[in-house]
Design a protein around this ligand. Structure first.
Ligand SMILES: Nc1ncnc2c1ncn2[C@@H]1O[C@H](COP(=O)(O)OP(=O)(O)O)[C@@H](O)[C@H]1O
Ligand SMILES: [Mg+2]
Length: 265
């Protein structure tokens, strides 16, 4: 049994306490093991981003506790910095600095942190780019590379902190279907190679079934964690798997459950 790395206990969020707005996320609990690949799946507005941001230390919960390796992430209203640095974030928009080269974008956090000696930073940045499948484009500007490449660079930048956990909020949602499929394959490879814990948010049922060890289903109105589903397909998962009846059945089941949660046939 793998050690629990992230423990959520009755974590909830209301943006407007005392106001009339419904909670963004009703209190819910979840434990995520070290090295696990967990996918948050649900329709828009059900609180996936809100929960991911709370786990990432960007947003304070209004109820409950989040612990990383047994230590509370939030200390009163402040996020513990030493824990925050164990969490790497990747968003839908790669948010690269357009005036810096690819390499400089990955180097920047290394320079700001200055944990590595200066001479080691560039080789390290290049290794992270290679790990994310973006070798040999270090000298390019972000506008010169594709959206898929930008997301690889964003992943390399998040990896450059050497976080224990990668938190990814719909990282491939803006990409075309073929690029998205390629990046899902790459992400599985990266996860197998690094042993990082990954939480990925998506509303794609096929993406969830392909990537996840466990899928956390969210339900809207107001948002809450509904259930957790094990995905037992062996690794590495291949494109052929996605054509198999078992895979199709899993996607079908996810669809039926989500449609049921949303009150639709
Ligand atoms: N900063 C905010 N202020 C007020 N309401 C918010 C804020 N961020 C999100 N919400 C609301 O919280 C709910 C959940 O949003 P979100 O976590 O973004 O959902 P998802 O990522 O699943 O689409 C939505 O109703 C949304 O409008
Ligand atoms: Mg979202």
């Amino acid at each position: 049994m793998r050690r629990p790395l992230i423990a959520l206990t009755e974590v909830g969020k209301t943006f407007d306490p005392g106001g009339a707005a419904a909670p963004a996320l009703l209190p819910g609990s979840l434990s995520i093991a070290e090295g696990e690949f967990v996918v948050f799946l649900g329709p828009s507005g059900c609180g996936k981003t809100t929960l991911l941001r709370m786990i990432g230390g960007l947003l304070e919960p209004t109820s409950g506790t989040i612990a990383i390796a047994g230590t509370p992430l939030w200390e009163g209203r402040r996020c513990r910095k030493e824990l925050r640095s164990r969490l790497g974030l990747v968003f839908q928009d790669s948010s690269l600095f357009p005036w810096l080269t690819v390499e400089e974008n990955v180097l920047l956090p290394l320079d700001l942190r200055a944990r590595l000696p200066r001479a080691e930073r560039l080789p390290y940045a290049r290794a992270m780019l290679a790990l994310a499948g973006a070798a040999d484009i270090g000298a390019r500007m972000p506008h010169e590379i594709s959206g898929g490449m930008c997301q690889r660079v964003a992943i390399a930048r998040a990896l450059s902190y050497d976080p224990d956990v990668l938190l990814m909020d719909e990282p491939f949602a803006a990409l075309d279907a073929i690029s998205r499929e390629a990046l899902n394959m790459e992400l599985q490879r990266l996860w197998l190679a690094t042993g990082k814990t990954i939480i990925l948010v998506t509303h794609s049922m096929a993406e969830a079934a392909f990537l996840a060890d466990r899928i956390v289903l969210f339900t809207p109105g107001p948002g809450r964690i509904d259930s957790v589903i094990d995905v037992p397909f062996p690794r590495p998962r291949t494109r052929d798997l996605t054509y198999s009846p078992e895979f199709q059945r899993t996607v079908h089941d996810l669809h039926d459950r989500l449609a049921g949660l949303m009150g639709r046939p």
